[in-house]
Design a protein around this ligand. Structure first.
Ligand SMILES: C[S@@+](CC[C@H](N)C(=O)[O-])C[C@H]1O[C@@H](n2cnc3c(N)ncnc32)[C@H](O)[C@@H]1O
Length: 201
């Protein structure tokens, strides 16, 4: 195993975190979309296109218990800023307690408010928005609104990195961004579809 690889056991989430996620899935199944957090395989695949040197501001929608958040913080520049936007109070409280990093802003709000959140924090447009929110199960106008606001919030040449458990959001993403590259990560439960949506420079 390479020196920097984490052992399979070290990658298992503590039971309390898995239970916090699962109990929230039981209460809000449509908001979460999955009963367990994303796998490390999915995290690696979603984050693969990111140019970490060039990314000064990154936004994440729907961090849950921080499976992507912790890894983004680990990889991003020491002077970059990460804004995570989450609608679930339990997750917001958990993230504020468990990830005390001065580069991290944990915001209780909807992804639809991304532009006002960035203005409130006084941050410039992000290079990347990473999204795990269940766009596919939202009503069409809500999904279209979030896609359009995400595109408008990104810096020129920025990208919207989306992972979903269905392809239902794809037509909206294609209409909004034009250029959408698709891939699949099967080593996740459920298997995930990835959509890399880019804006022209
Ligand atoms: C599938 S879970 C993903 C959790 C985590 N990112 C992961 O990959 O394990 C979806 C998350 O999106 C949040 N969410 C749903 N709708 C949202 C919205 N409109 N804005 C922000 N977060 C939202 C849910 O509360 C939940 O934490």
């Amino acid at each position: 195993m390479p020196a920097n690889a984490r052992s399979p056991l070290a990658q298992l989430k503590p039971l309390s975190e898995t239970l916090l996620f699962a109990s929230n899935f039981i209460r809000h199944p449509n908001m979460l979309g999955s009963i367990i957090p994303s796998s490390r395989f999915l995290v690696d695949q979603v984050l693969k296109p990111i140019d970490w040197h060039g990314a000064r501001v990154i936004v994440e929608y729907g961090p849950g218990i921080g499976t992507f958040t912790a890894e983004i913080l680990r990889r991003m520049r020491s002077d970059a800023q990460l804004v995570v936007i989450e609608t679930n109070r339990d997750f917001v409280r958990f993230l504020r307690k468990t990830l005390p990093d001065p580069r991290l802003h944990v915001v209780l709000d909807s992804a639809a408010e991304v532009q006002s959140v960035l203005v409130r924090l006084g941050l410039p447009p992000p290079r990347y928005i990473i999204s795990g929110i269940p766009l596919g199960s939202m009503p069409d106008p809500v999904r279209a609104d979030i896609a359009a606001k995400s595109r408008a919030a990104l810096e020129p040449g920025g990208a919207f990195l989306v992972y979903q458990f269905t392809a239902r959001a794809l037509p909206t993403l294609q209409r909004t961004f034009g250029d959408v590259r698709r891939s699949v990560e099967r080593r996740n439960f459920p298997p995930a579809q990835l959509f890399l949506c880019t804006t022209g420079a």
